[in-house]
Structure formats: structure tokens, C-alpha cells
Design a protein around this ligand. Structure first.
Ligand SMILES: [Zn+2]
Ligand SMILES: [Zn+2]
Length: 319
């Protein structure tokens, strides 16, 4: 009697073990990371020499003093494509460098992280947002690929009044009000933000306003992180990336900080700061990375397929 009973028990236990193992594997796949939300902040057009490349970090005290120890700073992050606003943002959102028209008249060739994520997650469009000071960045919501065009598009609040292409550039202070409102109201899971400074003041050849633009956006980034960490939906479940679309010319090259758009190191060398619950803290990373790697890393964190992008996952960030 004893032997058969034991056999029976052991069969039952093997079966139940198998079932619960499957359950565990499934739940591990769904919750590989703590990150449930990603926010990408693009500060438009500062040079590396006035941001992380300045050893005093005098124009970005929040990043240097309050945030850096909690995240990772890249010292060799680049725009390896066309160093203008729309091409730079397109490399970030589609994972492909493309010489896209910079005026807002053309949409990117390939589908973005927004479209891929909205399709796979089946979330509604209020869960993905483009919130930008520059109206022309509304084009990031769509793409030319016939399999994706006009489909799975994120919500947009771009330019003056949030009215998109043709409405003009909005003040960053007004964009910041919209950011707070949209994050609090809709709790989007995937968001890209653009601040038009310090690019705008650079183009006006106003050095002091250019530096103030770096300081102001540094403060906005800090406020966004505080908002995230004090919100029950976002706290400890949100990853923030802070980067740039492009830099500006090196001193002594063409008109220096006033303009950008070529392949000088001032235009190419940009910032990337990454902070979130799945990332290591306090890292200064010298590894060479580029804008297209950002979308691959977002796809990894959010768990969607993104083979259309040319970048690779920045594994060095992860715990
Ligand atoms: Zn510019
Ligand atoms: Zn240049």
C-alpha cells in the first residue's frame, strides 16, 4: 500500500510543480523589469562643453548635484546622423538615422517606439504622448511606412496651444505646464518631451540666454523627476532619459555656438542621462553610444518588439 501511495503523491506533486513553474515563468516574462513607464526629455541643442563636459557643471546643477548619483551619465553619446532638430528626434523615436526635412513638412520613414508600443500593448492613444515646445515635432507621431501610416499614433501637444505643425514654437514654461497637466491627468506610459531651449537663444546669438536655457531646462528635468517620484502611479516604476537632438558648432568653427547641423564634434557630441528602477546608480559611462540605441533600450524596458530600429540595448545601464 505504501509504495503506490507515494508514487501517486509524487505524480501529483510533479504535475502541480509543472503548473506552478509555468505560472512563474509567465509572470517573470510579464514583469521582467520594474519599469512600467518611460519619459524621454530632449533638451534642444546644448553643447556638451556647457553641460556635462563642463567640469564645474555650473549650468546644470540639478543634474550634477541632485540626479547624477541616482542614475547614469554617458560621456560619449552622439548624434551620428544629421544634426538638426527633426532628424535628431527621429533617430531617437524610430531608431534610424534619416535626413528628414527639418521644417515639419515631412514625417519619418519608419514607425516609432510610440506606434510599436501602442500596437503591441493595445493601450489607447492617451497612454502615449508627444509634448513639445516646437510645433514641427508633431511629425514624430506618424510615419511613411504603409503598414503603419496613420495607425497607432500617440497623442500630441506640440507648439503654440498644443496645436501642432504650423502653430509656432511655444515657450518652455508653457510646455512645462502642459507636461504637468498631461502627466497628472492621463498618466501616459510612454512620453517624449522637447524643450526648445537652449537652441532658440543660441540661434539668436545670445550667449547669456543660451546658458540660461540650459539652466532652466535642468530645473524642468529636476521638477519632472520629482513629479514622477511623488506620484503613486509613477513612483519607482518610471524610467527617465534626458538627452539632446544635437549639439552646436565648436568655438572657432563657422559661427560657433550660434548654429549647428554639420558633423563637427560640437554638433555630434551630446548628453544622455538615464535614471530608473531597473538601472544602476552613480555610473559614469565612457562607452560609445548613439541616439538609435535609446529606442532599443526603451523597447527592452517596455517589452515590445522593435527590430525595425538599428540601435542596440544599452545593457550597461541595467542592474
Ligand atoms: Zn537649432
Ligand atoms: Zn558643427
Amino acid at each position: 500500500m505504501r509504495f503506490p501511495l507515494l508514487t501517486l503523491i509524487s505524480i501529483i506533486s510533479i504535475n502541480s510543480c509543472k503548473d506552478s513553474d509555468n505560472e512563474i515563468i509567465t509572470s517573470e516574462n510579464q514583469q521582467k523589469y520594474k519599469t512600467e513607464n518611460v519619459i524621454i526629455v530632449v533638451v534642444d541643442g546644448p553643447r556638451y562643453s556647457e553641460t556635462w563636459g563642463d567640469s564645474l557643471h555650473q549650468y546644470q546643477p540639478r543634474l550634477a548635484n541632485d540626479l547624477a548619483a541616482e542614475g547614469s551619465v554617458y560621456t560619449n553619446f552622439y548624434n551620428n546622423g544629421v544634426t538638426f532638430t527633426n532628424p535628431g528626434h527621429t533617430a531617437i523615436t524610430t531608431g534610424n538615422y534619416q535626413d528628414l526635412d527639418n521644417s515639419g513638412k515631412a514625417i519619418p520613414d519608419s514607425a516609432s517606439i510610440f506606434q510599436h508600443w501602442l500596437k503591441e500593448s493595445e493601450e489607447d492613444s492617451t497612454k502615449a504622448w508627444l509634448i513639445t515646445s516646437k510645433d514641427k515635432l508633431q511629425v514624430l507621431a506618424n510615419c511613411q511606412d504603409s503598414l503603419w501610416k496613420n495607425l497607432y499614433m500617440p497623442s500630441t501637444n506640440c507648439g503654440v496651444g498644443g496645436n501642432g505643425v504650423g502653430s509656432g514654437y511655444r515657450k518652455d514654461s508653457l510646455t512645462f505646464i502642459q507636461i504637468r497637466s498631461i502627466l497628472n491627468t492621463h498618466h501616459p506610459k510612454l512620453t517624449l518631451i522637447n524643450f526648445k531651449e537652449p537652441d532658440g537663444s543660441g540661434h539668436r546669438n545670445d550667449w547669456n540666454a543660451y546658458l540660461k536655457g540650459i539652466r532652466n531646462t535642468d530645473e524642468y528635468v529636476y521638477q519632472i523627476w520629482n513629479l514622477v517620484q511623488s506620484d503613486a502611479t509613477y513612483a519607482n516604476k518610471t524610467t527617465l532619459f534626458v538627452t539632446n537632438d544635437h549639439g552646436r558648432h565648436l568655438d572657432g568653427h563657422l559661427d560657433g555656438f550660434v548654429s549647428h547641423g554639420d558633423d563637427c564634434m560640437g554638433c555630434r557630441h551630446i548628453n544622455l542621462f538615464a535614471i530608473g528602477p531597473d538601472f544602476r546608480k552613480g555610473q559614469i559611462l565612457e562607452l560609445n553610444r548613439g541616439q538609435t540605441d535609446l529606442s532599443a533600450t526603451v523597447a527592452e524596458l517596455m517589452g515590445f518588439e522593435f527590430s525595425a530600429g538599428q540601435g542596440s540595448v544599452m545593457r550597461e545601464l541595467f542592474k
